[in-house]
Design a protein around this ligand. Structure first.
Ligand code: APR
Ligand code: PHB
Length: 389
C-alpha cells in the first residue's frame, strides 16, 4: 500500500490534519491503536479559542459546533471570598467557545467517514521507519497479520505516550519537562453549571475549577495530592470540598448530583524540540503537554495542525520545501508562549505543598495586582483567548 501522508493517531490532531489534507486533495491514511469507541470515551477539556473555531470552520466540520457551543465572553477567578471577572470581549475583543473535545472528535470522525477516507483502527505494534531518507514506511499488525505502508511523509499525532517521538534518535531531540506535585480530581455530572461562565478558584485548601459542557452538564475539578485515589472520593466528599474552595455566593447556588465520570489527572509541562526529523513531523500532544490550567492543550494541537497542513499542502502544490523547513520553528514559537501562560496560571492558582508562606503571599499579591490593574487583566485575557497564529 502507498499513500502520500501516513498519520499516526486518531485523536483531534490526527483527525483534523486528515480532514484538512483531504480537502486539499492529499491522500492520507490514519493508523490508530484503539477502537473508535475508546477514542470517543476519553474526556478532555472543552474550551476553544476563536482561532481553533475558525480552523474547524475551514475544515468544514463546524456545523454542530456553531449550533451547540456556548459563547463565553468572560472568565472568573474566585479568591478571598469574592470573584474577579475578566471580560475577555471588552479587554481584548475576543471570546471563547465551550464545546467538548469529545464532540469535536466525533464531528471529525463523521466527516472522515462521509468522505470515505481511510482510518485503520486497532492497529497494533505500529512502527515508523526510514524517515531520515525520502521513502519512509510505517509497519503495523492487524488481526495477526503484518502490514506495511509506503508514504512521502509521516505525521506523528499519537499523543504523549505514542511511538513516533520515541522513534527519533536520542541525539536528535531535546525534551524540557516539569512535573507538578499535585493532580486534578475531575467529575462530570448532569447538573446545571455552577455559574454561566467558567471560573477558577484560588483557596488555601487548594485550587478548584467550575466548568461545563452544556447548560445541563458540569465539569468540575479540585486540586488533590498525587497520592489520592478516586475510590476515596465519593461524590458527597467531592461536592463538599468544591463548595469550600469557591466564593460563598457560588457555593450557595451549587446544584449537586451523581457524577457520571470521575478521575485524577497529574499535571505536567513538556516540550520536545525540534518537531521535525527528516520526513517525520510531530504535532499535538506527541510534541508537547501543558497543564490543563488555561485549557491550551487542544488549542495548541490545532495551531500545530494548521501550520503542518499548510506546509504539506504547499509542498504538494509547488514542490517547495520552505514551509516544511519552517514548520518546527513556527509551531514552537507559539507553543513556548502557551507553555509559559499555562505554567504561570498553574503557579498562580495552586497551593504548592512544601513551599512555605512567602510564595503563598506572592500568589496573593499577584491576584490583588490583577484585581486592580487593567494592564495585568489585559495580559491575562490576551493569552487566555489565544495568541495569534
Ligand atoms: N499507534 C497508533 N496510535 C497511537 C499510538 C500508537 N503506538 N499511541 C497512541 N496512539 C493514539 C492514541 O490512542 C490517541 O487516540 O494517538 C492518539 C493521540 O490522541 P491525543 O492523545 O488526544 O493527542 P492529540 O490528538 O495530539 O490531541 C491533543 O488532546 O490530550 C489532549 O490536551 C490534549 O486537548 C489536547 C489534545
Ligand atoms: C474543562 O472544561 O474541562 C476545562 C476548562 C478550563 C480549563 C481546563 C479544563 O482550564
Amino acid at each position: 500500500m502507498r499513500v502520500q501522508v501516513a498519520i499516526i493517531g486518531a485523536g483531534p490532531s490526527g483527525l483534523l490534519l486528515g480532514q484538512l489534507l483531504h480537502r486539499a486533495g492529499i491522500d492520507a491514511v490514519i493508523l490508530e491503536q484503539r477502537s473508535p469507541e475508546y477514542v470517543l470515551s476519553r474526556i478532555r477539556a472543552g474550551v476553544l479559542e476563536q482561532g481553533t473555531v475558525a480552523l474547524l470552520e475551514r475544515a468544514g466540520v463546524a456545523a454542530r459546533l456553531r449550533a451547540e457551543s456556548l459563547a463565553h465572553r468572560g472568565v472568573g477567578i474566585a479568591f478571598g471570598g469574592s470573584r474577579l471577572r475578566f471580560d475577555l470581549q471588552e479587554l481584548v475583543g475576543k471570546s471563547m467557545a465551550v464545546y467538548g473535545q469529545t464532540e469535536i472528535t466525533r464531528d471529525l470522525m463523521e466527516a472522515r467517514a462521509a468522505a470515505g477516507a481511510r482510518t485503520i483502527y486497532e492497529a497494533e505494534e505500529v512502527s515508523v521507519h526510514g524517515f531520515a531518507g525520502t521513502k519512509p514506511t510505517v509497519r503495523w499488525t492487524k488481526d495477526g497479520a503484518a502490514r506495511e505502508l509506503e508514504c512521502d511523509f509521516i505525521a506523528g499525532c499519537d499523543g504523549f505516550h505514542g511511538v513516533t517521538r520515541a522513534a527519533v534518535p536520542q541525539s536528535a531531540i531535546r525534551c524540557f519537562e516539569r512535573e507538578y506535585p499535585f493532580g486534578w480530581l475531575g467529575i462530570l455530572s448532569d447538573t446545571p453549571p455552577v455559574d454561566l461562565e467558567i471560573f477558577y478558584a484560588f483557596h488555601e485548601r487548594g485550587f478548584a475549577l467550575c466548568s461545563m459542557r452544556s447548560t445541563s452538564r458540569s465539569r468540575l475539578y479540585v486540586q488533590v495530592p498525587l497520592t489520592e485515589r478516586v475510590e476515596d472520593w465519593p461524590d458527597e466528599r467531592f461536592w463538599a470540598e468544591l463548595r469550600r474552595r469557591i466564593d460563598p455566593d457560588a457555593a450557595a447556588r451549587i446544584v449537586t448530583g451523581p457524577s457520571i465520570e470521575k478521575s485524577i489527572a497529574p499535571l505536567r509541562s513538556f516540550v520536545a524540540e525540534p518537531m521535525r526529523f527528516g520526513r517525520l513531523f510531530l504535532a499535538g500532544d506527541a510534541a508537547h503537554i501543558v497543564p490543563p490550567t488555561g485549557a491550551k492543550g487542544l488549542n495548541l494541537a490545532a495551531s500545530d495542525v494548521h501550520y503542518l497542513s499548510q506546509a504539506l499542502i504547499g509542498w504538494y502544490r509547488t514542490g517547495s520545501a520552505a514551509e516544511l523547513d519552517g514548520y518546527s520553528g513556527r509551531a514552537l514559537a507559539r507553543i513556548w508562549k502557551a507553555e509559559r501562560f499555562s505554567w504561570w496560571l498553574t503557579r498562580l492558582l495552586h497551593r504548592f505543598p512544601d513551599e512555605g508562606e512567602f510564595l503563598w503571599k506572592m500568589q496573593q499579591a499577584e491576584l490583588e495586582y490583577l484585581a486592580g490593574s487593567r494592564a495585568a487583566q489585559t495580559a491575562l485575557a490576551e493569552n487566555y483567548v489565544g495568541l495569534p497564529y
